[in-house]
Design a protein around this ligand. Structure first.
Ligand code: GDP
Ligand code: MG
Length: 182
């Protein structure tokens, strides 16, 4: 007899947020378990993949990174096309990166134009909570959570790509949220 093989699902996840908030670092930490202080504005690969199992489903996350074009908000159609989930990232120590979330959120909805924009899976990540033991943060958890509620209850995680804090949990939530919306 044969065991039924688990079904395989490919989910496209895109990561948006201002330059420098730690998008590439976050992906590297999650996929390669590596962190580098060296600032690389560009990276060759369009996306990284990571497989995980959720209940009886095998899920392949295809996580798309920007290569510096986020500075000009010019990411092109292929970047956005077919996205199943959108991760928004800001730096809890830089207020501007929190303010810009509004633009990234709007821009995503304009580009992707999902059938049900109000329930499209977004996940918000507040990165770099490790810096100065949290003493240099300028956006409180409450402020971030309030914004998430105003956008239809977007899940929120405070993370550190550097310390690998909450990174795994955040992506698990990304996968589950995207799957639930399939
Ligand atoms: P991106 O432009 O959004 O892709 O940001 P990068 O991943 O290139 O990161 C920008 C800078 O922030 C780099 O110098 C990283 O080493 C640093 N960085 C990223 N994540 C963290 C973090 O969680 N904590 C700290 N302290 N620095 C971080
Ligand atoms: Mg980057």
């Amino acid at each position: 007899f044969f065991l039924q093989s688990p079904s395989l699902t490919l989910l496209k996840v895109i990561v948006l947020g201002d330059s420098g908030v730690g998008k590439t670092s976050l992906m590297n930490q999650y996929v390669h378990k590596k962190f580098s202080q060296h600032y690389k504005a560009t990276i060759g690969a369009d996306f990284m993949t990571k497989e995980l199992q959720i209940d009886d489903k095998l899920v392949t996350l295809q996580i798309w990174d920007t290569a510096g074009q986020e500075r000009f908000h010019s990411l092109g159609v292929s970047f956005y096309r077919g996205a199943d989930c959108c991760i928004l990232v800001y730096d809890v120590n830089v207020y501007k990166t929190f303010e810009t979330l509004q633009n990234w959120h709007e821009e995503f909805l304009e580009q992707v134009d999902p059938t049900h924009p109000e329930t499209f899976p977004f996940v918000l990540l507040g990165n770099k909570v490790d810096i100065d033991g949290g003493n240099s943060r300028v956006v409180s958890e409450k402020t971030a959570r309030d914004w998430c509620v105003s956008k239809g209850n977007i899940p929120y995680f405070e993370i550190s790509a550097k310390e690998d804090y909450n990174v795994e949990d955040a992506f698990l939530c990304v996968a589950k949220t995207a799957l639930a919306n399939e």
